[in-house]
Design a binder for this molecule. Structure first.
Ligand SMILES: Cc1cc2nc3c(=O)[nH]c(=O)nc-3n(C[C@H](O)[C@H](O)[C@H](O)COP(=O)(O)O)c2cc1C
Length: 324
């Protein structure tokens, strides 16, 4: 493996709604580490302009002790933008990330998330209005466009007019959702346009992949990883150590992490065990990929209808399946 000493970089955990909440972040940091910054899933105000208790709880300082968390917001009305920033400033945060990447039609059709990417004038107007009124530093996470990749270069040019801490590029357009691959050639093409620090995000899958990207883009000092770190929670630390070998007791460590995660959600649950099992199934979509028979593993959890069946699936998987 290439020595990458000449291009040190930071790693962050991508925000993944429903997965990377404070419980996961805290236990992830405790069991695996390797992540310099955790981007929290986006906050969005409801029709009355408020945040839910669940959203607020995720960012309370007491729930995020010892972890570098960067909250994210989704908004297209300056008032909402400013009120979420003011809540976050009150909690002690100094930086916020603006979501211009969420690809789902329910969001984009309302001109939110990636839906702002074909509205450059509105995006600039929002920045004009909010930046003088917020005390937080701002970074932006964006896709390459809505229907195609045409928005990215012009958006980066617009962003050059504003004081941003960084721009995080996930080079896929919204209509792709998560299909295909992030377009690294497009990333290479647009990188010189930005006068801000740029972070690369999209499909980083292994130690080699990340180190190779860092060699290819020596000016990029921050890489963000989402799904691959959920599937293989050892990945971030492996990248930091430039070593893809797993510890001999990796499966045991993972089992302990899983047990702590499950116990933590059970103890917080207001909706009963069934809801927790559904929540855990969301994790197993990713965790299953760390086992050789991933389809079989996932199916076992999908069939589990109650806590006993879930626990039986856990015992069987950890006893019989190979961790990769
Ligand atoms: C289920 C799911 C939920 C996501 N939620 C968010 C989110 O709240 N905010 C955001 O900026 N991106 C969100 N993303 C996108 C990821 O942060 C990331 O940009 C994307 O997964 C690409 O990175 P990866 O290939 O390393 O996973 C989400 C992705 C998935 C699959």
């Amino acid at each position: 493996m290439k020595n990458n000493q000449s291009h040190p970089f930071e790693l962050s955990l991508a925000p993944i709604q429903g997965i990377t909440d404070y419980t996961f972040r805290k236990l992830f940091e405790q069991y695996f580490g390797g992540i310099n910054k955790y981007f929290a899933p986006y906050l969005r105000v409801d029709s009355k302009g408020g945040l839910s208790n669940k959203q607020m709880r995720d960012l309370l300082p007491g729930n995020n002790v010892g972890i570098h968390v960067i909250p994210q917001i989704m908004a297209n009305r300056p008032h909402d933008f400013i009120s979420m920033c003011s809540f976050l400033a009150d909690q002690g945060y100094t930086e916020v990330n603006w979501n211009l990447g969420c690809p789902y039609p329910m969001i984009t059709n309302r001109g939110l998330g990636a839906g702002l990417l074909d509205k450059p004038e509105l995006t600039a107007q929002i920045l004009d209005e909010v930046l003088p009124k917020i005390s937080l530093n701002l970074s932006i996470k964006l896709r390459s466009g809505v229907y195609n990749e045409n928005a990215l270069a012009s958006m980066l040019q617009i962003f050059n007019n504003y004081p941003l801490t960084e721009v995080i590029i996930h080079p896929r357009y919204a209509k792709q959702l998560y299909r295909g691959m992030a377009n690294r050639n497009l990333f290479a093409e647009v990188l010189p346009i930005s006068t801000h620090p740029v972070c690369y995000n999209g499909d980083i899958a292994s130690v080699e992949d990340c180190l190779q990207l860092s060699e290819q883009f020596p000016t990029v000092k921050h890489f963000m990883i989402g799904r691959a770190v959920i599937s293989n929670p050892f990945l971030a630390a492996q990248i930091q150590q430039k070593n893809s070998n797993l510890a001999f007791d990796a499966k045991k460590q993972f089992a302990e992490f899983h047990a702590a995660l499950f116990a933590s959600y059970l103890s917080q649950s207001e909706g009963g065990d069934k809801q927790v099992i559904l929540k855990m199934l969301g994790f197993w979509e990713y965790f299953a990929l760390s086992f050789t028979n991933s389809d079989k593993v996932y199916k076992k959890f999908r069939k589990a209808k109650n806590k006993n069946e879930y626990q039986a699936a856990i015992s069987e998987v950890f006893a019989n399946e190979t961790f990769i």
